[in-house]
Design a protein around this ligand. Structure first.
Ligand SMILES: *Cc1c(COP(=O)(O)O)cnc(C)c1O
Length: 450
């Protein structure tokens, strides 16, 4: 094989320096404990985003509640709030313990972002936030509203015709496009979504039904983003949502941490030295899981342990973190094809913003094969009656990966003596058409030989 130059170093050198990378390149499942993890107190002061900024992001969502209740029905968006339930899934825990022959040493919960209103995925958090803060800024700059005004005004003829002068563009594998497209169209923006080849037809059709312009690219995510970025740059009235480098998306996701804190309290779940909180997050570019991790570490410090999950064929964040090169390397550089059934995670290059933000906060990253995603999808459906999209199951493999391959965290878990709380982040699935959902379940069942 030819020895390629990757980010200024020969591939053979990279593989020599990072032996686990060999398995990653061969698309084998791996578990990687982050050597750059640091005790929270030693890095807290140097973190660039403070809790105050996250609280401000939460306050923006509050200001927009009157807009949400005007623009959407109560059934579509209950109470005008972008929040999701936390559910105990003890039946799934039993299934997993039996299937993998393991012991959780704690309870299993599902953070159901698949149920987030309107967009049906975690992208409702980041995507809505970025568009709302852009709309708010435009409206304030043009003297149309003040922060203590009634934001129901955003759902008016006057605001709609104002926003029609501006456009929004985004590149997406599907879910970010859904989230950005729907909320932008509701506000009256002209919006274009550049979809990668992974994007499902039903997601494109849904967007078109909202009047969103969908451009299909027969290429991967990075190309879709690049095309969108180029097209938007030529138009001064265009705002580009850059999933590869966005602080706003990151902030929108981080708001979820306070929500989870509240829900843990409501369920009398303690988080402290004796009661570790372990959170498993499916990762694409890293903005979603990165934002949540950032928020959780601000609240719980070393008592929260965040683990990212990626498909074996799209380990973008893992390759970026392991080599320390972040967005300067892609999985394709290492000959990995970025082809996976987990369309929400089909990303070859990590966000240049998210990776460095969580470098010292993230505990571990593991990878999971597509077949395993389908099996877990089937098991969750059978045990709890919950149906997710394949991407959203990536976190469900975490407890098994951790108990099998973890080192530091495995010890933390053992010492917790059954008092740990495992939270699997379910990132999407509510909008999947019934026919496709049935096919997912059937595929999982087939793979289980049942
Ligand atoms: C986007 C997405 C993720 C991951 O978010 P990133 O910001 O890309 O890391 C996880 N699951 C689903 C279903 C998604 O759509």
């Amino acid at each position: 094989m030819m020895d390629r130059m990757i980010a200024g170093k020969l591939e053979s050198k990279w593989l020599e320096e990072y032996p686990l990378l060999k398995k990653v390149v061969q698309t084998e499942e791996v578990y990687w404990e982050n050597p750059s993890w640091r005790p929270y107190q030693t890095v807290a002061d140097a973190l660039p985003i403070k809790q105050g900024e996250i609280d401000e992001a939460a306050a923006l969502f509050q200001r927009f509640i009157p807009f949400f209740t005007e623009a959407f029905s109560e059934a579509e968006l209950p109470g005008g709030k972008i929040i999701s339930p936390l559910k105990g899934i003890s039946e799934m825990k039993k299934e997993l313990e039996a299937f993998y022959g393991m012991d959780f040493n704690g309870d299993l919960w599902l953070k159901c972002d698949n149920e987030l209103p309107v967009a049906g995925s975690i992208k409702a958090r980041g995507g809505f936030y970025e568009i709302l803060q852009h709309a708010e800024k435009l409206a304030i700059d043009h003297g149309m509203i003040e922060k203590d005004g009634n934001y129901a005004a955003f759902h008016s003829e006057k605001f709609q015709s104002f926003f029609a002068k501006y456009s929004i563009a985004v590149g997406s594998t599907g879910n970010l496009g859904l989230s950005i497209g729907i909320i932008s169209a509701k506000l009256g923006f002209r919006v274009t979504v550049h979809m990668s080849r992974d994007a499902k037809d039903w997601k494109k059709e849904k967007l078109r039904s909202y009047g969103v312009q969908v451009v299909e690219h027969p290429a991967d995510f990075s190309v879709a983003v690049e095309k969108g970025r180029e097209e938007c740059a030529a138009d001064p009235a265009c705002y580009f949502v850059d999933d590869e480098d966005s602080k706003a998306l990151f902030l929108g996701y981080s708001v979820a941490a306070r929500e989870l804190e509240k829900q843990l309290k409501e369920n009398n779940i303690q988080v402290d030295e004796q009661h570790p909180l372990i959170v498993y997050l499916p990762c694409g570019v890293g903005g979603g899981p990165g934002g949540v991790t950032y928020g959780l570490k601000q609240i719980f410090g070393d008592h929260a342990h965040c683990i990212f999950a990626e498909p074996t064929h799209s380990p973008a964040m893992l390759v970026g973190m392991m080599t320390g090169m972040h967005d300067k390397v892609s999985v394709q550089d290492f000959g990995i094809d970025n082809l996976t059934a987990a369309d929400g995670l089909a990303v070859g290059r990590p966000s240049g913003f998210a990776g460095p933000m969580v470098e010292h906060l993230l505990s571990a990253i593991y990878t999971i094969g597509d077949d395993e995603l389908y099996k877990l999808l089937y098991l969750l459906n059978r045990s709890e009656g919950i149906t997710l999209e394949p991407s959203a199951l990536a976190g469900m493999y975490g407890p098994y990966q951790l108990t099998g391959n973890g080192q530091k965290l495995k010890e933390t878990l053992r010492k917790s003596n059954g008092r740990a709380t495992h939270v699997v982040w379910a990132t999407g699935g509510r909008l999947v058409p019934e026919q496709e959902a049935k096919q997912f379940i059937a595929e999982g069942k087939r793979l289980m030989n049942e």
